[in-house]
Design a binder for this molecule. Structure first.
Ligand SMILES: Cc1cc2nc3c(=O)[nH]c(=O)nc-3n(C[C@H](O)[C@H](O)[C@H](O)COP(=O)(O)OP(=O)(O)OC[C@H]3O[C@@H](n4cnc5c(N)ncnc54)[C@H](O)[C@@H]3O)c2cc1C
Length: 469
């Protein structure tokens, strides 16, 4: 057993301490039954994804998709409209009926008789020594230590200084989904994926949306998707490209932002979605001897081990180069394996990480953009396939969807796949498989059936359009 070098008096020593119940909560399974475990969670069980991230946002996105499709169904010969939006009803569908019971049940399970080896601590944790933490249970402060500590503490929204200093009321992903009423107008600071998902949701449900973006929207996308998406977004929202918020005031109409070009933007409600910062800066990591990259991101090696503090591990948003739930889960599986198999360590799985943006049009990407592929010196072949040129695209009367594939002419290997349009996050899965199993795309189209006239024909046609030597 590693006993902590710290001289701090500890109330209890554990085999394993886990900070954070997002992906961290999935570590203790039956294999850990003989270990004493402390789980520390200062907020709701389930973390960001369940409570204030992926899951509730997509429940609203689906409603928004249906509303938008209804509004646009005239092109299919339908005369339909959304007559009203029951926002409070949506809030209860998402939270009261779905998310909150899952979070509560998750906590009860960990506190209950089914996991007798696990103690729950529900107060903010900080390191006070090597593998030693100060936290609490209700009003009781506790100091605990562990042979191993897994930091799975996630991330939080960045609040720009101009907003923090102004004192105006603002919302983030943590509370915007529980607004009591649907606002008439919304100003969003941010041009990343969270901003674009909320812009889609609120606009589709009838709110006027203004977006303040420091540069362009979704600026890391492949160029073709980026340009198309920005053009479409500019038609739909009031987008202030390349603008910084200098100050904010509360007025009768709501919140007014003053921008760096002297212009203003006003909304009944303000949403800040200007990026996320890992939570390590709130953990007093130096007291635990834990190195960071910047203020809050734990520095880990390829196996998820702290580079400076033996016995400390990290996973997910607090340490990962990818702030995505499927990555946090995959890293959790690697760390779980490594805790149990110290002689046979698994690497953090960071190859071919896909991502989706559930905005409108939906976007999904994996691998390199065209410019990255060229920069890496690949002899590239590229095909941009319009959804509108395959049969199901005709059925949908789609005019904006594209699938862009980038491959290496010399090796026949796929380098990147980028979709923008209906079902993008589903269609891309075949290309994720191609990359994960290192398949040759020269054979991928011809060697299998493609159901006619289903939407994956967009992928088939894109593959057939790639040119190889
Ligand atoms: C609006 C939004 C939408 C998103 N949509 C998607 C999506 O569609 N797909 C996708 O892949 N990803 C999405 N993400 C990202 C995804 O939610 C995160 O990558 C993922 O949840 C990170 O998991 P985690 O376990 O690292 O951290 P978290 O789930 O954030 O868990 C960390 C937990 O640690 C607790 N904690 C932190 N510090 C302390 C402390 N000092 N003491 C005690 N407890 C502490 C926190 O309360 C929290 O519960 C979205 C994020 C947001 C904000």
């Amino acid at each position: 057993m590693n006993t902590p070098a710290s001289k701090t008096a500890v109330d209890r020593h554990y085999d394993l301490i886990i900070i954070g119940t997002g992906s961290g909560n999935s570590i203790p399974g039956p294999e850990f039954e003989d270990q004493s475990i402390a789980i520390i969670e200062e907020a709701s069980f389930g973390g960001t994804c369940l409570n204030v991230g992926c899951i509730p946002t997509k429940m609203y996105v689906h409603a928004a998709d249906v509303a938008l499709q209804t509004a646009e169904s005239g092109r299919l010969g339908l005369d339909a409209e959304v007559n009203s939006v029951d926002w409070p009803g949506m809030v209860s569908r998402v939270f009261e009926n779905r998310v909150d019971p899952i979070a509560t049940a998750g906590e009860e399970y960990r506190r209950g008789p089914q996991t007798p080896n696990i103690d729950v601590y529900d107060q903010h944790a900080v390191f006070v020594g090597e593998r030693t933490l100060r936290t609490g249970q209700g009003v009781h402060q506790r100091t605990i230590s562990g042979d191993q500590v897994v930091v799975a503490a996630g991330s939080r929204p960045v609040i720009p200084e101009a907003i923090a200093a102004s004192g105006v009321p603002y919302h983030t992903n943590e509370d915007i989904m529980r607004l009591p009423q649907l606002p008439k107008s919304l100003v969003i600071i941010g041009g990343g994926y969270i901003a674009m998902e909320f812009a889609h949701v609120f606009d589709a449900l009838g709110t006027d949306v203004t977006i303040i973006a420091r540069s362009t929207l979704l600026r890391n996308l492949d160029e073709d998707l980026h340009d198309r998406f920005n053009a479409l977004a500019a038609e739909r929202f009031d987008v202030r490209f390349g603008r910084t918020t200098m100050a904010a005031d509360q007025t009768e109409e709501g919140i007014t932002l003053r921008l760096d070009d002297g212009s203003t933007a006003t909304g009944e409600v303000l949403l800040v979605a200007a990026g996320r910062i890992p939570n390590g800066d709130l953990l007093d990591l130096p007291s635990g001897g834990i190195e960071t990259i910047g203020a809050g991101r734990l520095k880990v090696d390829q196996y998820g081990r702290s580079t400076s503090a033996p016995g400390v591990w990290a996973l997910g948003d607090v340490s990962s180069p990818y702030m995505l739930k499927h990555v946090a889960n995959a890293e959790m599986r690697a760390v779980r394996h490594n805790l149990l198999n110290p002689e046979k360590l698994q690497k953090m799985p960071h190859d071919h990480v896909p991502a989706a943006v559930f905005t409108h049009p939906q976007i999904a990407t994996v691998g390199m953009t065209e410019s990255q592929a060229r920069k890496h010196g690949h002899n590239v072949t590229v095909k941009v396939q319009d959804y509108g040129d395959v049969a199901f695209g005709w059925a949908m009367e789609d005019t904006t969807g594209i699938c862009k594939l980038i491959a290496d002419q010399d090796t026949g290997k796929l380098l990147g796949a980028h979709y923008m349009g209906p079902q993008a996050s589903t269609l891309i899965q075949q290309m994720i498989t191609v990359l994960a199993f290192d398949l040759d795309v020269r054979q991928f189209a011809a060697k299998q059936y493609w159901i006619h006239p289903a939407l994956p024909e967009v992928t088939e046609n894109a593959l057939l359009g790639l040119k190889f030597k």
